[in-house]
Design a protein around this ligand. Structure first.
Ligand SMILES: [Zn+2]
Length: 366
């Protein structure tokens, strides 16, 4: 049995579910903190788990370059290497090859590129991406795809999507079945509903343990993202998990859960924590702002994170102005707690059949 998924409750299109992996259960809807280079930046693994998160994302591109998948495998796999006993999903490396690598060339076989670290030459094929994710020991492996740039002409989007579907089939074939481990396919097709539907049909014919929606949140805007989800999600199997890649802002998450998405990842809470931006129940707070300099109140009195229970806005302001590492640590912990609490609140609302009311209250508070 690969990764299991159970839908425990439904409210409209929203789902309350549970993903069962070799490294424990993940309650959904779930947000996955991004652990780019084998670490969620500015957080200990214990701190990540304390927020309630039970799955993190690891980046194939970064780990294959440094310290290498083979070295991590020899040291017992990524879970042991980074001391994270819970579930790990790894991306395929495709997205970051497109965004970070130098001098990349895409062909039918795969993509060749030079490392942004030292210029050395690499080849990433579907088979190699799956092998790397196997070496890392990912609970959830992602098929290699080409992230289509946005905007792009319709013909280019179609050509790119068709290549991704051939890579998806090769990825599926290369994946080694193990109990509690699974592979997700990625729906591509840009902002074109008919291409998205064709992509979904091809992936379903191949057969995956879960289905991701990729190539969104790259500048198309929330309304377009939601329109693509409205066109795509009804075509996906009801009994398998659905993952919206690289999304997003809190309001994006609420809107996507309402449409039937189960899993998310995004650098926003961690990256914002390192630039003094805090997500709160009353909107985004910039702690660099001078109005916090004399404020003895906590950042968010309703939050149970270390930043909110132990420190004042004035102190967090001071840390950020002084460039102290503790400022990044506390605000990252806070932002991940905010995201975890948001997911937990959505889970409860779906169970209670009150997701529409929750969405309305959320929209009016932010
Ligand atoms: Zn907090």
């Amino acid at each position: 049995m690969s990764v299991g998924f159970e839908v425990l409750a439904r409210d409209g299109a929203a789902r309350r579910g549970r993903l069962v992996t070799a490294h424990g259960e993940v309650e959904t809807p779930a947000f996955m903190p991004v652990g780019t280079a084998g670490t969620v930046k500015a957080m200990t693994p214990e701190g990540v788990a304390a927020t309630g998160a039970r799955i993190v994302l690891g980046n194939t591109y970064h780990l294959m370059l440094r310290p290498s998948a083979e070295r991590i495998a020899a040291l017992g796999g990524l879970h042991r290497f980074m001391n994270w006993p819970h579930a790990i999903l790894t991306d395929s490396g495709g997205f970051q090859v497109m965004s970070l690598a130098a001098r990349r060339a895409i062909a039918e076989a795969g993509v060749t590129f030079r490392s942004h670290l030292d210029g050395s030459l690499y080849e990433l094929t579907p088979e190699r991406s799956i092998e790397i994710q196997h070496l890392l020991g990912a609970d959830v492996t992602m098929a290699l795809d080409e992230c289509t740039p946005y905007p792009a002409p319709g013909g280019a989007v179609e050509t790119s999507m068709e290549l991704s579907m051939r890579w998806a089939e090769r990825s599926r074939r290369a994946f080694v079945e193990r109990p509690g481990h699974g592979i997700f396919g990625i729906v591509q097709g840009g902002v074109h509903p008919e291409l998205r539907l064709r992509s979904a049909e091809k992936l379903i014919a191949i057969g995956f343990d879960g289905y991701a929606v990729g190539g969104l949140a790259i500048g198309e805007g929330q309304e377009t993202t939601f329109a693509v989800l409205d066109a795509t999600i009804p075509a996906l199997p009801a009994h398998r998990p659905r993952y919206l890649m690289g999304v997003g802002k809190p309001a994006d998450l609420v809107g996507a859960v309402a449409r039937g998405i189960d899993m998310f990842d995004c650098v926003l809470p961690t990256r914002s924590g390192r630039t003094a931006q805090a997500f709160t129940r009353r909107g985004v707070v910039n702690l660099r702002n001078a109005r916090h300099a004399d404020d003895p109140a906590p950042l968010d009195p309703e939050c149970g994170c270390p930043a909110c229970t132990g420190y004042s806005r004035a102190y967090l302001h001071h840390l950020s102005r002084a460039g102290e590492i503790l400022g990044s640590m506390l605000l990252t912990a806070h932002n991940l707690q905010y995201y975890a609490d948001l997911m937990s609140a959505m889970q409860s609302a779906i169970e209670a059949g009150s997701f529409a009311a929750f969405s309305a209250i959320f929209a009016s508070a932010a």
